[in-house]
Every structure is written in structure tokens, then in C-alpha cells.
Write a protein that binds this ligand. Structure first.
Ligand SMILES: Cc1cc2nc3c(=O)[nH]c(=O)nc-3n(C[C@H](O)[C@H](O)[C@H](O)COP(=O)(O)OP(=O)(O)OC[C@H]3O[C@@H](n4cnc5c(N)ncnc54)[C@H](O)[C@@H]3O)c2cc1C
Length: 379
């Protein structure tokens, strides 16, 4: 396909990374966003560039490539707030530490930057961890970006190319064909946006599009997940790594090892609400803490306080000191594939592609996913 103009639909991280990759390849980009500004999963997440938990093989390879791309992007757009801080998963039971030891001896442990630490080693790496613990698993490849800043920072980079047009409040309702067979995205007011390609990165907004795209999405192997999150006021110390508790090993495929069966019986709330602790300090000092996982739609419109009680207790158990006051609470929804793909990309018509479904790894993988889409589009 010749370099021309692409219409990217969706101003979240996937749409923005696709726009960036297109501009990098010399394309003109028209970027449409339904809302006044992106307000969905891409601004509600932890900002974890999370290599540690990925499944061995293609998923880990994609995450390693994505992390490399994030680092390169951050060199041009420092406002994304990339910090190569790594992470620590904390063990409070011997069986948790045993699973970490097993993970740390897998053939791909070096690619993840895994290192098994005893309790003193944990405190050396992260002196903020002052709760009771037996040790932990360090992942030096994990990194952090600032979800509240990334999209704006990348749009500044895009605008500087002179080949980029950002159109918020433009909801695409259909994609048709213009003269010459080129695809055209049609917005809610009947505006037509023509390109050599239309790339739809619509996140969890899977209904509302008509025609073949609506039909394809209705049959796609995708499901949504809703998560509860909170943020505290700034902490009075710099927390040197992202933190996770050992319940995270119940979910991340990297820990799908024989020792997982030996993990202690989960607490009732953990099973019922799919809970784990992830904790990231924002550049401005506050702590982003989550999360929960619910799959049953329609989702609750409210957030549940008892789950926040559980999250706060988990964080304080790991840190060993009282959290600063909670200042913000929210829920977010992402879309994930239900088959064994890493994410969902499908070509609906010549030059019309839908990309969504990276689940809880979309922030991490987005630059590498965009690279793969463009390799396919320009093949
Ligand atoms: C609470 C939470 C925590 C998470 N933590 C992490 C993490 O730490 N690390 C990680 O790797 N991943 C994380 N994720 C997952 C990650 O945030 C998502 O996978 C990713 O943001 C999805 O990006 P997206 O661009 O596909 O979707 P979105 O962010 O939903 O963006 C889609 C955009 O498209 C727009 N849109 C939709 N339909 C149309 C249309 N028809 N016309 C125009 N615009 C349209 C929407 O308004 C929206 O702005 C988390 C997700 C959540 C919810």
C-alpha cells in the first residue's frame, strides 16, 4: 500500500500509537475521537509497562519489544513520564516464595529481568516496603508511564510532524467506500473522512457501529472486564519500584507453573472479586492502587467501598505504614480476547482494520501492536 492518508478512529493508547507509527512512516493522519477527550481505559490504568507477568513465547516477545519502543518514545516525548523502575512482587508465605523461585529459574527469567530476593534484599531494593514479608521477586524490565499525561504528550509529538489532524467529538458510526474504492469513515453528523486505510481502535465501545463493522464486532471473541481503582494524596517518600502482592501470581500467565497449585487458599473476597494488589507511585507522589476484576455485564454503575477496604489493607500490609488519604476513586473497563490471541485485529474490508482486545496489557503492548498493524497494512 502506498503512503497516503490514514483515518485512525479512537483517541486511546492504541489509536494514538497507530497514529504515531503512521506519521513515523510518512503518512498523513486524521484522528477521530468520539468524546471531548479520551476518558476510557487508557487514562484510567496504572501506567504499568508490565513485562514480568506475560506468557512465555510470543506474548513475552511482544512485551519486550513494546518496552523497547516505550523507551525510544520517551526519549522524544519525555512528558510520557517513562521510569524504568522495575517491580517487586512481595511474598508473605513460603509457598508464594517457592513459586517465585520457580519463576526465577525458567529459561525466560533473564528476558523478564527476574531476580529472587530475600526479605533484606527486598528492603534494599525498595526501602518503602516495611511490612512483614519473606522476600520477593524483582522484575527489572517492568516500567512506569503516566497515564494522565501520555496521550496529550504523544499528540504534541504528532502535531509537530505537520501531518496530523486531531478531531475530538467525532464519533464514527460506519465505514463505507468512496469513489475509487477507498474506505471512508462516517461520523455522527454525516462527515466523511476518507483515507487509504481506516484503523479502528475503539476500545470497549463495541456497539454503536453499523454495517459490516458492527456485525463483525458482534461476533468477535471479545469480553469486557471492569476494575476498581483508587489514588491517594502524595506519599512523603519516593517508592523506588512498582509493587504487587502474591495474589497477582494467580492471574499472570508467567506464573502458570506447577508451584501455582501450592499457593495458599485465596480469601473469599479475592476469589469473588478477582482481587490483587498493584501499587504504582505517580510522578507527582500519589499512589495508584488496584485492582478488582468483574466480567458480568451489565456492570455496576457504582464503585464498592468494601473492595476499597480490602485494597487499602493489602497496600498497608505490604508497605507497613498507613496510606495517605484516598483522594480519587474510579472504575475502568477494558476489552480482552477470549481465545488464545494476544489481542484482536481483523481486516473487515480492503484497508479497514479493527484493533482492540489487549485486555490488561494494552498500555504495555500498544507501541508493538501498532508496529505489527502497520507491517500488515503495508505488506
Ligand atoms: C483500571 C485499568 C487498569 C489497567 N492497567 C494497565 C496497566 O497498568 N498496564 C497495561 O498494559 N494495561 C493496563 N490496562 C489495560 C489498558 O488500559 C487497555 O488495554 C488500553 O488502554 C486499551 O486502549 P484502547 O485505545 O484500545 O482503548 P480506550 O482507552 O478505551 O480508547 C478507545 C477510544 O476510542 C474512542 N472511540 C470508541 N468508539 C469510537 C467511535 N466509534 N468513534 C470515535 N471514537 C471512538 C473512545 O471514546 C476511546 O477514547 C488497564 C485497564 C484498566 C481499565
Amino acid at each position: 500500500m502506498d503512503a497516503h492518508r490514514v483515518v485512525v478512529v479512537g483517541g486511546g493508547i492504541l489509536g494514538t500509537m497507530h497514529a504515531l507509527e503512521a506519521c513515523r512512516r510518512g503518512w498523513e493522519v486524521v484522528h477521530l475521537e468520539a468524546d471531548a477527550g479520551p476518558r476510557r481505559a487508557s487514562v484510567r490504568n496504572f501506567g504499568l509497562v508490565w513485562v514480568s507477568g506475560r506468557a512465555a513465547g510470543p506474548e513475552l516477545d511482544l512485551a519486550v519489544r513494546a518496552r523497547e519502543l516505550w523507551e525510544q518514545l520517551a526519549a522524544h516525548s519525555p512528558a510520557v513520564g517513562f521510569r524504568p523502575d522495575g517491580s517487586l512482587t512481595i511474598a508473605r508465605h513460603a509457598d508464594e516464595l517457592a513459586l517465585m523461585a520457580e519463576a526465577a529459574t525458567q529459561p525466560d527469567a533473564a528476558a523478564r529481568g527476574f531476580e529472587l530476593l530475600d526479605a533484606d534484599g527486598v528492603r534494599d531494593v525498595n526501602p518503602s516496603v516495611r511490612g512483614e514479608q519473606l522476600g520477593g521477586l524483582r522484575c527489572s524490565r517492568d516500567a512506569i508511564v503516566e497515564p494522565g499525561l501520555v496521550l496529550g504528550a504523544l499528540r504534541v509529538t504528532l502535531e509537530a510532524t505537520g501531518r496530523y489532524r486531531w478531531l475530538p467529538r467525532h464519533q464514527v458510526v460506519d465505514v463505507g467506500t468512496a469513489g475509487g474504492g477507498r474506505p471512508v469513515a462516517v461520523d455522527q453528523l454525516g462527515g466523511r473522512h476518507e483515507g487509504s486505510a481506516v484503523v479502528l481502535c475503539i476500545g470497549d465501545r463495541l456497539s454503536g457501529l453499523g454495517g459490516r463493522i458492527g456485525a463483525a464486532l458482534a461476533a468477535a471473541p471479545l469480553r469486557k472486564c471492569r476494575l476498581q481503582m483508587l489514588q491517594t494524596a502524595p506519599a512523603h517518600e519516593r517508592i523506588t519500584t512498582a509493587l504487587a502482592d502474591a495474589d497477582s501470581m494467580r492471574y499472570y500467565p508467567a506464573f502458570d507453573l506447577p508451584g501455582r497449585a501450592g499457593l495458599p487458599e485465596p480469601a473469599a473476597t479475592t476469589s469473588e472479586a478477582g482481587m490483587q494488589l498493584l501499587l504504582v507511585q505517580r510522578a507527582a507522589g500519589g499512589l495508584t492502587i488496584g485492582d478488582t476484576h468483574t466480567y458480568d455485564e451489565p456492570f455496576d454503575f457504582a464503585v464498592e467501598e468494601r473492595l476499597y477496604d480490602d485494597l487499602r489493607a493489602r497496600a498497608e500490609a505490604v508497605l507497613g505504614w498507613p496510606l495517605p488519604p484516598v483522594v480519587r476513586r474510579w472504575a475502568g473497563v477494558y476489552t480482552g480476547v477470549t481465545d488464545d490471541r494476544i489481542y484482536y485485529r481483523t481486516t473487515i474490508d480492503d484497508g479497514v482494520v479493527v484493533v482492540t482486545g489487549p485486555a490488561g496489557r494494552g498500555m504495555t503492548l500498544s507501541p508493538a501492536i501498532a508496529e505489527e498493524t502497520w507491517e500488515e497494512l503495508t505488506r
